[in-house]
Design a protein around this ligand. Structure first.
Ligand code: NAD
Length: 258
């Protein structure tokens, strides 16, 4: 592939799966995310050795407005350029709207929506100048449809789809595509963490949450694997996908077909 990719929120879950897929396809990758620094260094070093590409790590906290732009400028300095930007970092909070903590609303909008804007803003001019770029936003089935108790997340993810379409139009004549991936339920720590919160909000057991809440709307009745999101991202970053832009692609086992 010979490209340089930034993947936000790639120390875990979907972002890590996407970073691994891009590295295995031959891209140099800048990882980002929170977590134990020793563990992160292990992930970085083993991915670099296994895939035979340069893998860096930038620890910016994307709740800070300057963090996302700093990753992009630092990647250009350390790895030479940015060809691919995957805006993936995200958090969730589950609560009825009348009790929804205001600081959770602010954090979810900042991380799930504004960080994608800040990173795109920083990466867009260099991509345009190069005449080639790929921006992939990890949205959600909740960018297309809502569920109760997830007001901030659903609002942010719908916003990501609006950002995706706008950036697609601005990049259309410059070889820069921008698409959104809309996963249903994928088995990651983010899903694990919301099982207990949903059980509490609805007053039901963990098993009921898994069978009758989380996968109730997912006709395939299975969680997607992060590899599936990685493979789709690699395709969207290929030459074959150069006419695909402004799209929101469900990877949701049929959820939003209903
Ligand atoms: P995860 O919790 O496994 O990973 C989230 C990543 O974001 C981690 O690397 C974490 O360190 C990083 N992160 C968190 N806060 C950060 C901050 N302030 N600054 C920088 N990095 C930060 O979650 P995941 O399930 O892999 O989710 C990744 C994306 O996929 C999110 O945008 C999420 O909304 C979306 N998504 C997930 C699912 C799912 O089922 N897991 C479904 C649809 C969409």
């Amino acid at each position: 592939m010979g490209k340089v990719a930034v993947v936000t929120g790639s120390t875990s879950g979907i972002g890590l799966g996407i970073a691994q897929a891009l590295a295995r396809a031959g891209a140099d990758v800048m990882l980002n995310g929170l977590g134990d620094q020793v563990e992160i260094e292990k992930i970085r070093a083993s991915l670099s050795a296994e895939a035979g590409v340069r893998v860096g790590y930038h620890g910016a906290d994307l709740l800070n407005a300057g963090g996302a732009a700093a990753i992009v400028t630092d990647t250009i300095e350390r790895l030479g350029r940015v060809d691919i930007l995957v805006n993936n970092a995200g958090i969730q909070h589950v609560s009825p709207i009348e009790d929804f903590p205001v600081e959770k609303w602010d954090a979810i909008i900042a991380l799930n929506l504004s960080a994608a804007f800040h990173a795109t803003r920083a990466a867009f001019a260099p991509m345009k100048a190069a005449g080639w770029g790929r921006i992939v936003n990890v949205a959600s089935a909740h960018g297309l449809v809502a569920s109760p108790f997830k007001s901030a997340y659903v609002a942010a993810k719908h916003g990501v789809l609006g950002l995706t379409k706008t950036v697609a139009l601005e990049g259309a004549e410059h070889g820069v595509t921008c698409n959104a991936i809309c996963p249903g339920y994928v088995w990651t720590p983010l899903v694990e963490n919301q099982i207990d919160a949903t059980a509490e909000a609805r007053g039901i057991s963990r098993d009921d949450v898994i069978r009758n809440v989380l996968l109730a709307a997912q006709p395939s009745k299975r969680f997607a694997d992060v590899d599936e999101l990685g493979a789709l991202t690699v395709f969207l970053c290929s030459e074959a996908a150069r006419s695909i832009t402004g799209a929101a692609m469900p990877v949701d086992g049929g959820w939003t077909a209903q």
